[in-house]
Design a protein around this ligand. Structure first.
Ligand SMILES: Cc1ncc(COP(=O)(O)O)c(C=O)c1O
Length: 343
């Protein structure tokens, strides 16, 4: 009953086997490995983007930060939801890698910006001439930090607002597979067809050990990305082990199968939770994250039963939590959790 995070899970067997296979013999280093050639071709095929530049890194933070750095100059503003991972959980790495671009918080219920809230934020910035930061780019997270999901059309509506100002758009897809499974969109529909210029395409939370792809739909930015990745200390020498993870992740739709399982486990939890009197959800649980609220005293009972998750602030007399399911969550774990909840 380990629901703290999807990156608390291990590596999927297919990923571990691919790493072991890649360990045979020698391979070119620093991304010149043959597996990376296949990964690049496969990502271009999956995204229907034959020109896209594809790079691998080992953390979501650096995937996001370098993606922002190739588009947002130091004197610019990056617009993102106030709860976005880049704003709350990356220790200033986006500001560091962009050499000081300013993050501007955009409002919106349940972790989602709307065209209206984005427009309002854009209109408050960039009018002060040389005295203020200039509008730089927009960053959207899907699945959001609140566990909600933007449809491809909703992403397109946000990028359309950005496009009016000539701003490029980034998508933080640490849980991109979960968002696709939840909406039924294709990878292309949820990215470049919706106006996304650069995507952080997550693997780590969904069965990989540590790999994220950065997919850059404007190949003119590729060389700058390469230089920034190296300068930032994130070009792996034994890169084949990143490539091997991504290759296995994409093979035979494994990435979508793992995400479908994670989402199904959240759906099972949601159904069970809502059947218990006094339990409610703070946000709609649309992918693999839930934010339940329950009567005070419940944490102690769940903890005693061996459940692990993050408690969240709650109103007087109530308790709240964040639960995350992953590719390795089992139905039995979910059912034991619900039984413990019911007492
Ligand atoms: C929305 C989002 N983006 C990016 C990341 C990646 O972060 P990390 O640098 O820990 O791999 C996370 C991980 O928690 C996340 O939730």
């Amino acid at each position: 009953m380990f629901f703290t995070s999807d990156n608390a899970s291990g590596g999927a067997p297919e990923i571990m086997a691919a790493i072991a296979r890649a360990n045979e013999g020698y391979a070119r280093s620093y991304g010149a490995d043959a597996i990376m050639d296949r990964v690049r071709a496969e990502i271009r095929r999956v995204f229907e983007a034959p020109e896209a530049a594809v790079f691998l890194v080992a953390t979501g933070t650096v995937a996001n930060s370098l993606s922002l750095a190739i588009h947002a100059p130091p004197w610019s503003a990056v617009f993102a939801h106030g709860e976005a991972h880049i704003a709350m959980d990356e220790c200033g790495a986006p500001e560091f890698y962009t050499h000081g671009a300013k993050l501007i918080a955009v409002e919106g219920a349940h972790g989602r910006m709307t065209p209206e809230t984005l427009s309002a934020a854009l209109s408050r910035v960039g009018e002060a001439g040389v005295h203020g930061v200039q509008r730089g780019m927009v960053s959207i997270t899907n699945v959001t930090e609140a566990g909600t999901v933007y449809t491809a059309a909703e992403v397109a509506a946000l990028t359309a607002v950005a496009r009016v100002q000539g701003l490029p758009c980034h998508l933080d897809g640490a849980r991109f597979a979960n968002a696709l499974v939840a909406t039924g969109a294709t990878a292309a529909e949820m990215s470049w067809k919706a106006g996304i210029d650069v995507l952080s395409f997550g693997g780590t939370k969904n069965g990989c050990l540590g790999v994220e792809a950065v997919v850059i739909f404007d190949p003119a930015k590729a060389w700058e990305f390469e230089l920034r990745r190296k300068r930032g200390g994130h070009l792996f020498s034994k890169h084949r082990f990143l490539s091997a993870q991504m290759e296995a992740y994409l093979a035979d739709g494994l990435w979508l199968r793992l995400a479908a399982h994670a989402n199904a486990m959240t759906a099972r939890l949601r159904e069970g939770l809502l059947a218990v009197e006094g339990v409610s959800l703070t946000h709609p649980a649309e992918a693999n994250i839930l934010f339940p609220e329950w009567p005070a005293g419940t944490h102690a009972r769940l903890e005693a039963a061996g459940a692990a998750y993050y408690p969240f602030p709650a109103p007087e007399g109530r308790e709240a939590a964040r639960l995350v399911t992953s590719w390795s969550t089992t139905e039995a774990e979910v059912d034991r959790f619900l039984a413990a909840l019911r007492g």
